[in-house]
Design a protein around this ligand. Sequence first.
Ligand SMILES: Nc1ncnc2c1ncn2[C@@H]1O[C@H](COP(=O)(O)OP(=O)(O)OP(=O)(O)O)[C@@H](O)[C@H]1O
Ligand SMILES: [Mg+2]
Length: 390
Amino acid sequence: MQDHPRIRSLSVQGFRSLADVSVPMGPLTVLVGPNGSGKSNVLNVLRFLVATIRFDLPTAIEEFGGWSRLARQDGKTKAVRIVVEAEVTANAHANAPDRYKLSISREGRTRYEEFTFKRKSGPGRRITVNGVTANIGTTRADSRGRDLKLADEQTTGLSTLPKLAADAGGEGIDDFASFLSGMRVLEPDVAAARSPSRLYRASLVEDASNLADALLTLRETAPQSFSDIERDMRACLPGLDRLNFTTLPGTRSVVVQLVERGLEREIDLTEASFGTVRLLALLTALHDPSPAHLTAIEEIDHGLHPYALDVVVDALRAASERTQILVATHSPTLVNRLRPSELVVCDRDSKTGASKIPAVSSYEISKATRASNLGLGELWFAGVLGGVPK
Ligand SMILES: Nc1ncnc2c1ncn2[C@@H]1O[C@H](COP(=O)(O)OP(=O)(O)OP(=O)(O)O)[C@@H](O)[C@H]1O
Ligand SMILES: [Mg+2]
């Protein structure tokens, strides 16, 4: 297994614009492509997987607006299929990744699941879930396995089978379920991030609405990470001295403040600029010393000066040693700082509306980079790699 668990590929069929895609994922993966090409839908697949672990299937589908909002509306899609290949369980490696397949049909009333993972010795473990029957078997073609009755058809094995005994594969499923349920798709809501937060000593939530709590918790529990955040903020914001906290009188709510040179009093986050608040939220997530196993971030460049993106890329790269990172961006400046293998170009078939991901192979990207003096971002922006509106 890797230093930290990670997804190697996410294959999806029939989910919104993702008619049939297979997204390769490394420690740091950056999605680019025109508006409506399916970048957010890739992130939404991760969110949906998390929902299938937290809730039963009908509830997870409802969270996404019901079957007609979840499944591809092309008049022929009958099922949504998601396959995750990953290195999560103890014996997984690049050539023998863990595999989880979820297939949902009959408008969400039927699900089929298949888990495959390597064991220390002997054939791999294969567990299938169909209706109310789970079959605990092996990858040997002639193995029949043993059947187990499940309570209902509406809950995924991913959420119930971690309770299986370790030697029946429960441990592997448990590892997998904890990995997937711990994924975080960060989409900072700047208005919410500006507001005071109660002290729960929590890490940053997906909309960054507990920014003050998460930052103060970092200052208390991980002072080095907190001072790295201050350093990065100072590098992007001329005149910033440091961050400060204040508790609102008569409450347990805390507010973040900026101490800026030339001003008589601190500036509350409610008074700070849009980009300042958003940058602070991103850095708080990226400098978290014990993050979720996978952190996805929507529109990472939104509101940020191109120079600030340099700081963000360095923070992304450092964070990718602790958590797998998947981000969507429209910024050539950010892409200029990437390696070819980190870029996934998304396109959209103008006739069918189906996403093409990846629109160009990593090999072709490397080849184009070698043949040109342009940076990777400029190559993409010029249309050489696809992923631009035609
Ligand atoms: N149920 C569905 N069936 C088919 N296509 C869908 C469905 N739901 C959404 N889409 C398509 O997915 C597109 C949105 O894709 P997505 O939000 O992933 O784009 P994006 O690449 O993130 O774009 P942006 O850069 O604007 O954020 C919609 O424009 C629509 O064409
Ligand atoms: Mg989007």
